[in-house]
Design a protein around this ligand. Structure first.
Ligand code: PLP
Ligand code: COI
Length: 356
């Protein structure tokens, strides 16, 4: 299925850039889109046409399979502008690998490196002026793939579109989060699709999240499907805790294997912290908050970056974490990550992919 290189990327530039209309001082998440998008077509068993065209609407049959049976997967990553104007994409190889894992689970074709990474570099190279230089801002990149066959039988689509859109963004969350431990609804069960980044995982989260928001929470802390005893992740990010001097993140195939979380664990180990990926029970967490051994908790994700968790609601009780300003590891790792992504310190791990 994983066909080798396609033909070169065809480029059709926009006649009229929209860049001048963007208010870079008031960027919200995911509302403004750059001038161009990449579109690749899969048919007859291979990727046949890869082009960069002006950002615009798609034309699809109402019978498009993704709209009915949900063959729809995506990724999220970011490009940053250094002080000297250079542009880098953060760890796109990891997103490419995860995208193909999602594709496999949903019986969709893999996207070859020339299209995914080559396409990213070509697209962001063309729209490099869209990458913000304002503090805390970046260019969010959304690669996605949908089944496009116009047929209502339940079977894998025989054609797909792989598309990359981008847009300048600010913070996804602008304050510490209040999370509710979800003990009724389930995000993912063993053997299911929790590890894959598919549209359905987000659709199913909307109603339970709305109910929690009605109670004053920002997001859910999902738990395991069987017993609702073990912490999994938040709906848009992974979770990381500091227990004593150990950095801990839940591990399971029912959660998305986040690249931010992995990055933070790798940095923690490099700094000499003990870092563990393991099961974390809600009881361990709330008892630790009560007795003072859990001193830090945050959501980690591309959109979320590192967002402190201020409160956790569980079985009608609220557990309050220490003041975010006083969290040594969270603040240190966020500062380090920002310095690395904006090119202010040496990239000792080789995580910045420079765009020509
Ligand atoms: N979990 C979910 C459900 C997500 O949507 C995301 C965001 O991509 C994450 C975790 C964090 O993953 P990453 O750090 O790769 O962005
Ligand atoms: C991301 O962090 O890239 C995500 O995909 C999270 C969310 C916006 C769905």
């Amino acid at each position: 299925m994983n066909e080798a290189a396609t033909t070169a990327i065809r480029i059709e530039k926009t006649q009229q850039s929209r860049l001048g209309e963007v208010d870079y001082d008031n960027l919200k998440f995911g509302q403004v889109f750059a001038d161009h998008m990449l579109v690749a077509e899969y048919a007859n068993g291979h990727w046949e046409d890869v082009s960069i065209v002006p950002y615009g609407n798609l034309s699809l049959s109402p019978a498009t399979s993704a709209l009915h049976y949900g063959q729809a997967i995506f990724e999220g990553l970011k490009a940053y502008k250094f002080d000297n104007g250079a542009v880098s994409i953060f760890r796109p190889d990891q997103n490419h690998a995860r995208f193909n894992k999602s594709a496999l689970r949903l019986e969709m074709p893999e996207v070859p490196e020339e299209v995914f990474i080559g396409g990213l570099k070509a697209l962001i190279g063309l729209d490099r002026d869209w990458v913000p230089q304002t503090a805390g801002a970046s260019l969010y990149i959304r690669p996605f793939m949908i089944g496009t066959e116009a047929a209502l039988g339940v079977h894998p689509s025989d054609s797909y579109k792989f598309i990359i859109i981008t847009g300048p963004v600010g913070a996804y969350y602008n304050k510490p989060l209040r999370l509710k431990v979800e003990t009724r609804f389930t995000r993912a069960a063993e053997g299911g699709v929790g590890f894959s980044k598919n549209a359905g995982n987000y659709a199913l989260s909307l109603h339970p999240t709305r109910l929690a928001q009605d109670e004053g929470f920002d997001q859910l802390m999902w738990t395991d499907a069987k017993e609702h005893k073990y912490v999994e992740e938040a709906g848009t990010a992974n979770l990381v805790f500091r227990v004593g001097d150990t950095i801990i993140t839940p591990s399971a195939d029912t959660i998305l294997h986040g690249i931010t979380r992995r990055t933070i664990i790798e940095i923690a180990r490099h700094w000499g912290y003990q870092a563990e990926e393991r099961k974390v029970s809600v009881r361990e967490l709330v008892d630790g908050i009560k007795n003072g051994s859990v001193t830090e908790a945050f959501a980690a994700g591309t959109a979320a970056t590192l967002t402190p968790i201020s409160e956790i609601g569980y079985e009608g009780q609220i557990y309050t974490l220490p003041d975010p300003d006083e969290r040594e590891f969270s603040n240190k790792v966020l500062r380090y990550l920002n310095d690395l992504r904006y090119g202010r310190i040496a990239d000792e791990f080789g995580w910045n992919f420079m765009v020509d």
